[in-house]
Design a protein around this ligand. Structure first.
Ligand code: HEM
Ligand code: HEM
Length: 165
């Protein structure tokens, strides 16, 4: 699960970084960076599936903190998992049912032969609206890690794939 965490993080940060950058661009350049966003988003989906199954079927360590900090940490992790489900799945649904298909780096996986505008529009709405707020979970998560580090607490040991169990 620790390895999965460090596979998810760069893919997800790259996905969000690419879409934010694309919003500063126009025309062909914007299209290219959006292609990268969609490719990284699909890659994140492939990583997220085993990660979520693993998370649901394995034992989690006890909360790092008790009380309000412990609850805040649990909530942040829960919402990050929700983000990891909602964003790739709504992105995939809109690409597939919009008919344009799913870009994946050097290729594009085919979309539905019978595009469904209702599904693709609803998915786009969810993706845009949920994404525009929920992306702040990432800096919140990283900021909380920084907070514990600044207090000299060994937070990284909890997610270190090389640690001896
Ligand atoms: C954007 C991608 C990221 C996602 C989706 C993510 C998600 C998560 C989740 C869900 C957990 C809880 C694990 C569990 O108990 O199931 C976690 C823990 C942790 N993450 Fe991340 N993370 C991301 C990026 C980062 C980054 C960039 C850092 C480093 C600054 C980081 C540092 C940690 C640490 C230290 C823990 C352990 C916290 C604890 O056990 O209380 N994460 N992460
Ligand atoms: C982990 C997976 C994904 C994440 C975290 C993610 C995240 C985001 C975020 C944060 C936004 C911007 C919302 C805003 O305007 O602030 C966005 C927009 C968008 N995403 Fe994704 N996305 C993912 C996967 C996908 C996939 C797989 C596709 C399509 C195949 C896709 C297509 C789009 C499109 C077309 C936009 C609108 C861009 C715009 O109008 O500026 N995304 N996404």
């Amino acid at each position: 699960m620790c390895w999965m965490h460090w596979l998810t993080a760069p893919a997800l940060i790259g996905t969000v970084g690419a879409v934010l950058y694309s919003q500063q661009l126009k025309g062909k350049e914007r299209g290219n960076v959006l292609f990268l966003h969609k490719s990284l988003g699909l890659l994140t989906a492939f990583i997220a599936i085993p990660r979520i199954i693993g998370s649901l079927t394995s034992q989690h360590p006890e909360s790092f903190k008790k009380g309000i900090l412990g609850t805040a940490g649990k909530l942040n992790h829960l919402f990050l998992y929700i983000f990891l489900v909602v964003m790739p799945s709504s992105g995939i649904l809109m690409g597939y049912f919009g008919g344009k298909g799913l870009p994946f780096f050097f290729t594009t996986l085919k979309g539905s032969e019978k595009p469904n505008e209702s599904i693709s529009k609803k998915s786009f709405w969810l993706h845009k609206n949920f994404g525009s707020y929920a992306k702040y979970l990432i800096p919140l998560h990283v900021g909380a890690v920084g907070f514990h580090l600044a207090r000299g607490e060994a937070i990284f040991a909890r997610i270190n794939p090389f640690r001896k169990l």
